[in-house]
Ligand binder design. Structure first.
Ligand code: GLU
Length: 386
């Protein structure tokens, strides 16, 4: 293969990954959304909305992580120069409403509801919040909404650093079990050195592993950036986090119109391949949930259902043992005591006992409140034979 052919094949790799994605997180930074002037680039946003709509039509679920609250809010509040933490927090509170409005306006012509989710990194780390947030994302996607994520800057207790949203996007990708994260940037991906300083820097189309050498190429965070750019370092850090969760990352140029279509069309970008498979990451996560805190005995019908890829519904549960909480790992056994698998319980043990054996449409009457039907969602389940 000539080096041109090699380069072309590599570029197609990013386009292929984008085309194959079933669930995608798109990260939009302040500099791309707001430009130097600190006002939303509406025509550009409309073009991105069209790209998102057409990807959704092809069967891809999409979550957006957007910065821009501070950039928009500082203008609204007349704040200038370097901001203190409390001023940044005030600016983000003022700007977040404007930010959501801009996205809402871009998707209104397509009749797509926008759903704002403000996360703190902690939400992806504490298990119960994690499960709640994940269930909310899932419900929003099922309902056809576009989840719009930003960091909850107003209550963040540590310094708000530009570039945090790259990491936040990686955590969001992990949370929604996305198979691809696309970070729209002001540059077309990773170079062997900073191309603005070193004209002989070469573009890298595919990164198979984020090694120390790759991290070095990304350099440090560009602290001088005006509107907000975490630089390449935070993007590579995000690719590493996402990759550990089985999610590929593409760093693609975002300033031009129709930036997602451009990726699909094979324009220059960098694809970071995930270091583990999606399924491997999920298994690791479930397997890492300490020792099972309880067990459920299920009937033969439920065993068959699980083996054919379904969730565990309360109807097939014969017995519930142990004192587990929602989110704990439980062992699933058949009536002969044979272990079928392990999964994360969506119910506390007490509630699980109340609904055991019942049809899902009785859950509300039995518990006094409405719940998603499954006791263990299929995504939270690993079967012994797998
Ligand atoms: N969350 C911040 C905002 O909306 C931006 C952080 C970042 O750009 O990484 O302004």
């Amino acid at each position: 293969m000539s080096s041109d052919e090699h380069q072309n094949a590599a570029l197609v790799a990013a386009a292929d990954a984008a085309r194959a994605a079933k669930r995608l997180v798109v990260k939009v930074g302040s500099a791309i959304l707001c430009g130097e002037a600190g006002a939303v680039r509406e025509a550009w946003l409309a073009s991105l909305a069209e790209d998102i709509v057409s990807l959704r039509k092809s069967g891809c679920e999409i979550v957006v992580v957007t910065s821009g609250a501070i950039a928009l809010g500082r203008r609204k509040l007349g704040l200038r120069g370097a901001l203190r933490l409390d001023e940044k927090q005030a600016a983000s509170a003022a700007g977040q409403a404007a930010l959501a409005q801009a996205w809402q306006a871009a998707f209104a012509p397509h009749d797509i509801p926008i759903a704002q989710i403000l996360l703190t990194l902690d939400d992806t780390e504490s298990r119960r919040r994690y499960l709640n947030a994940r269930a909310t994302f899932r419900t929003l996607l099922d309902l056809g909404a576009l989840p719009l994520v930003n960091e909850n800057d107003t209550i963040a207790t540590s310094e708000i650093r530009y570039g945090d949203n790259d990491r936040l996007a990686a955590h969001a990708a992990q949370l929604v079990e996305s198979d691809l994260l696309i970070i729209l940037s002001d540059i077309d991906g990773l170079y062997t050195a900073d191309p603005r300083q070193n004209p002989s820097a070469e573009h890298i189309a595919v990164v198979d592993a984020v090694t120390a050498e790759i991290e070095k190429m990304a350099g440090g965070v560009n602290k001088d950036a005006g509107v907000g750019s975490g630089g390449m370092a935070s993007k590579v850090a995000a690719a590493k986090i996402a990759g550990g969760a089985g999610c590929d990352t593409i760093i693609a140029p975002g300033l031009g119109d129709h930036p997602l279509k451009a990726v699909l069309d094979g324009e220059a970008a960098t694809l970071f391949r995930a270091s583990v498979t999606h399924d491997g990451a999920r298994r690791q996560w479930i397997a890492g949930r300490l020792k099972p805190a309880g067990r459920v005995v299920i009937d033969g019908g439920a065993v068959k259902a699980l083996q054919s890829g379904a969730s565990l519904l309360p109807a097939g549960v014969r017995e519930v043992a142990g004192a587990f909480s929602r989110g704990d790992a439980i062992e699933i056994v058949d009536v002969n005591g044979q272990v079928i698998g392990q999964g994360l319980s969506a119910y506390d043990a007490g509630d699980a006992r109340k609904v055991a054996g019942a049809k899902s449409d009785r859950i509300e009457a039995l518990l006094g409140y409405k719940r998603r039907p499954a006791l263990v969602e299929k995504d939270d389940l690993i079967l012994r034979s797998e």
